[in-house]
Structures are given as C-alpha cells and as structure tokens.
Design a protein around this ligand. Structure first.
Ligand code: CU
Length: 290
C-alpha cells in the first residue's frame, strides 16, 4: 500500500520525477568546475580542490557501497599497515533542508505509536551535518582487518528499524530481531545477494540473513509501510556512517591517494580524491545536495 514513506522510498531503478530531478542535478554537477559544485563550502586549506562527481541514489559507482571490488573482483586482503593515516571530516548538506516529517503510525498503535518518530531519509543537523551518510575509500586491495565487532543486528523496536543505516562485512550474517511482540515482515532489496521476503511473527524473535557479496540493500517491512533501513555490505573495513553532526573518521588507512566517496539514500553519491599522509590526518568535507 502507499504509505507515508513511499515518496522517499526510492527503489533502485524506480522512475520518478524526484529521481529525474536528481539526475539533472547530477548531470549539471558533473559539468561545472569543482569549485562551483562545492558552492560556498570550502574544503580545509590543506586539501586540494576536489574534482567531483555526483550520481543519483540508485547508481552505484566504483568505490561506493555495493560496488564491485576493484581489480576485477580480487578479494581484499588484511595485512599489517605501516605508517597508517586517518581521514577525518564531515558530510554537509548544501541548501535549506526540509523540516523533519513526523511519522504517522497507521496500525498497531499500541506498539507503533508509543514513541514518536520522524522520517530519517534526510536528517540534517546543526551546521548542515548530514546524518546516515556512508563514507568509504577505494579502490583498496589491502589494509587493516575488520575490528572484532559484535554480531551485526537490525532491531525492530517500536515499529522502527534500529539502526537506520549500518555497514556489515561481506560474508556476515545479520540478526534481524523482533523486539515488539507483534508481526513484522522483512523484505530486502539487494542487487548482489538473494532477496528475502519473510514474515516475522511475534514468537520469532530472531531471523538470520546472510550477505555473501558486497551490496547496498534497502530493507522494508511490508506490514508497516514507514519502516525502512539500509544495509551496506562492504568488501573492506574502510567504511563509516556519519553521526548526527555529519562527522566521520576512517583510521588505519595505508598512506596513499584514494577516492573518498559519500553515499546517502536521498542525496546520492559523491566522490572526491584524497591523499592520506604517512602517519598523518587528511581532512575532508563532502558536500551533498538534492
Ligand atoms: Cu513492521
């Protein structure tokens, strides 16, 4: 059914006037010099003027979430990293963001309406910081190992997916948890992994979803149309999700030059070059716009 979230639920490949607008913006951004595309937001003085590219959310360029590994599919190799550097920066929205839209729970009110939620498809904080952007570098064939993170999970709590956006390693199995004690439904829209569409009744507390291949996966609940999350299945550990200030940090980076890419579900993808000094910090500001 057409829920209140549908307008922002841009299916990969789905045609819409909104997407058309983004395509146009992306095309224009690709034509103008980098300094113009970046508007008034200037990168740190130490950073070179970036060349930029912007693509709609449904497109997956190399280096972005869900892109095939560089080097014709060669696998990432974890090694010791000498003189590792760090990338620190922010993803910033250009323009005046629309106000957060309250979510109207249209069923299961006792559970779904217990806590007020607002739409998370574009969350812009103070100073234009964009939350829930996924920042990564590439191509990179070797580097640090994945940190021994806890088992990745996606919780359904108050008819809300928590977290809204997360990065998991390719080959991981995601625990999908039903904390609500009501019927939910897990419906995934992958490009490189088998899709899932299964009910999760109240007695089924955990479902296990394996993701073998790098991917960018939208997740919906067909019972509650406003529920949406994103899973980035990554081929290497140099990924980060921006916080509510738009900040991110990537550490343990082998010195060198990469493409630094930010992806956001509504604002699309933008890449710019970055050089990480041996044992030092490279700073970057990535500007996204609708
Ligand atoms: Cu649900």
């Amino acid at each position: 059914m057409a829920g209140p979230r549908s307008a922002n639920s841009r299916l990969p490949g789905a045609a819409s006037s909104a997407r058309g607008t983004i395509v146009l913006v992306a095309a224009l951004a690709a034509l103008v010099p980098a300094g113009c595309a970046g508007g008034q937001e200037s990168p740190p003085a130490s950073a070179p003027a970036p060349s930029v590219e912007a693509t709609p959310p449904s497109s997956v360029p190399e280096g972005a979430p869900g892109a095939a590994p560089a080097g014709g599919g060669s696998a990432y190799v974890a090694t010791a990293v000498d003189n590792a550097g760090r990338i620190a920066g922010r993803v910033v929205y250009k323009g005046t963001p629309r106000p957060p839209r309250p979510i109207q729970a249209t069923k299961d009110h006792a559970v779904c309406g217990a806590v007020a939620h607002t739409d998370e498809s574009l969350v812009v904080g103070k100073d234009g910081g964009v939350r829930y952007a996924v920042v990564s570098i590439g191509p990179i064939g070797h580097g640090k190992s994945w940190s021994s993170a806890a088992q990745p999970s996606l919780d359904q709590h108050g008819c809300w997916f928590i977290p809204h956006v997360q990065v998991i390693p390719a080959g991981a199995t995601l625990d999908v948890i039903n904390s609500d004690g009501i019927l939910h439904n897990i419906h995934t829209y992958p490009k490189h992994n088998p899709p899932a569409n299964m009910a999760q009744p109240k007695f089924k507390k955990v479902l296990h979803l394996p993701f073998a291949a790098p991917d960018l996966v939208r997740v919906n609940c067909d019972v509650h149309s406003w529920m949406q999350a994103w899973i980035v299945v990554a081929s290497h550990p140099y990924y980060a999700v921006t916080d509510r200030t738009g900040a991110f940090s990537l550490d343990g980076v082998p010195p060198g030059t990469y493409t630094l890419t930010a992806w956001h579900e509504t604002l699309g993808t933008r890449g710019q070059p970055i050089t990480v000094p041996a044992g030092g910090v490279a700073e970057a500001t990535i500007i996204l716009q609708e």
